[in-house]
Design a protein around this ligand. Sequence first.
Ligand SMILES: O=C[C@H](O)[C@H](O)COP(=O)(O)O
Ligand SMILES: C=C(OP(=O)(O)O)C(=O)O
Length: 355
Amino acid sequence: MTTQDLRITKMQQLISPEELARRHPVSDAAAQTVRAGREAIQNILKGNDDRLISIVGPCSIHDPVAAIEYARLLLELREETKGELEVVMRVYFEKPRTIAGWKGMINDPGLDGSFRINEGLETARTLLLQINEMGLPVATEFLDTTVPQYIADLVSWAAIGARTTESQIHREMASGLSCPVGFKNGTRGNAQIAIDAVRSAAGQHHFMGTTASGQAAIVSTSGNEDCHVILRGGGGATNFDAASVDAVCIACERDGVRPQVMIDASHANSGKDPARQPAVLHEIGTQIADGDHRITGVMVESHLVGGAQKLGKTPLVYGQSITDGCLGWAETEAAMRKLAHTVALRRDAGLSLAS
Ligand SMILES: O=C[C@H](O)[C@H](O)COP(=O)(O)O
Ligand SMILES: C=C(OP(=O)(O)O)C(=O)O
């Protein structure tokens, strides 16, 4: 009598990370973008660079063509604001769902419940290569702990989401990632779990994972010192205001964590209304112009077309989110230019890092 796999309906072979990398190797140009992106972010986190990490882009990627068009626009904005902002594109392939829904392009690239994960991984890797080769560094959320082996060599910054910050396996994963990592506060607004996660990920861990050839392995990590908290609001409250930043930074200091935060202008900080993101960025900009150096980054959900559409609608509107609502491109540009100006104001006022 079998007692095993009673609820498994199918198992298929997954491509190995090694095979995917063999098909789509990292080019020198892409590697250069990744290295430079990581280094710039590390310097900002260490306080050696007074610019602002700016993670900007769609809530999720579902159409690589629109993603490349978006990347071209963002690259121009990156060039224009490079004295004040380190602009990195949000290229999110994995979506953690509150209950159920489309889980992102790696899980279901056909958007139709066909779950062609091998194809999703290949499309994701190809897109990351293209964006990096353009000279634009990339940010993503890592959710499934198998995924980094396939794409992490092309990622300059990673997030652990509000639903997984408290998870031991995600903290272990972060301890071995080669890029800086931001941990979101919890969906109910608890920022302490993100501070705990930063401390945990800084340490060494030993856990189960897979090798590049796809073999199950015992993984040992050295710890990741480039981790930080992301404030995204939650539990019916926002946390982008000066008092919230103060409270979290004081808690960081108490716990031996660098007192610094990235602020997500979207999610609970905008009440999931994308049109409110510019007002959130304005408030963050006011704190920066007042001399606050503890805000080391921002996150913005933005796409070619503002708002969101329901998956299943045919045809889909080109360049519009099928997950959370995003800020449209024109509004994104305007808000990011204003934010860059506040960094310049802080600098011009002599409110340097040392002061
Ligand atoms: O950023 C995306 C969403 O906020 C997150 O995936 C949760 O989405 P859901 O509550 O619609 O499932
Ligand atoms: C899912 C996301 O955010 P959070 O984890 O804050 O809900 C996201 O940034 O896509």
